[in-house]
Design a protein around this ligand. Sequence first.
Ligand code: BMA
Length: 330
Amino acid sequence: MRPGTVMLGEPLPNIPWQDRPAGCREVIWRHSENPVIGMHPFPAGWTVYNSSVLPYGEGFIGVFRVDHRCMTPHLHLGRSRDGLRWQIEEEPIHFQSADPDLGGVDFAYDPRLCRIEGRYYVTWCNNYHGPTIGLAWTDDFRSFHQMENAFLPYNRNGVLFPRKIGSRYAMLSRPSGPGAAVAFGDIFYSESPDLCYWGRHRLVLRRGPRKWERVKVGAGPVPIETAEGWLVIYHGVADTCDGFVYSFGAALLDAEQPWRVRYRCSVPLLAPEAPYETTGFVGNVVFPVAALADAATGRLAVYYGCADSVVALAYARADELIEYIKANAE
Ligand code: BMA
């Protein structure tokens, strides 16, 4: 496969990027100045992690998970020229809701940002009598319009596809349970004619069978369309004597029937090793949430939360990643 021919999206010449360091044999490699966003993004903010970015205007825009000093997570807007240095607004995003019965957004975490047909959508883990998938749209990143929650509680890691599939919107999610340390979870596909009513649910990726993803799996960045199908980077969770360990997994899903898995990588792409990944508020967590892609060159920049404390960046080449997934497929 020729580099630069595998991704079907748009070029992104200003993607943040570093070449693979000399001697590195990994398929995905860390930014040399990680973390790119450290703790205390502003005085009332404590940790910033598990956040999502997209190209916007001359630079980039992001929705960031910031846990305030009281530890409650909120969503904050951020802007950047280069994808590395971010200005994060101190006021949380205000979501306008058409229906007061939806309740306020009293906590919100793990946002994903997705552009579909020119409109921007945020999905996040929303509180409605327990965690479920919140959904909002914006055209200008000034007013955010909250829509119906996609599912009943409990659900997490709702990730939209960037185009309709078979004329319907499509989302991956992870039906779940209450509490902070849910010990199960598989990734499902659901579709909707209008982003309000969701159905035709299909199992995509079940947890396990190997230890690194034995407890639960959850979709990460918005799926990336390639000549080999949808490239999905997800998190897989292992249980250990010292708690959960979160790593990056990857799979290729069928382009038109994404509940069909073409290849699933049997080993993690990246596991917690660097000090900012192993140590923090919750150690041993690498949690991929967003990927910038330059279809012209095949470059990928993956934003991930580390140890529930900071945001880091890792790089890969789509053609190499696809070959790696195939070579290590179960
Ligand atoms: C999950 C989510 C993530 C978090 C991870 C590790 O259940 O809450 O936001 O990064 O646990 O604590």
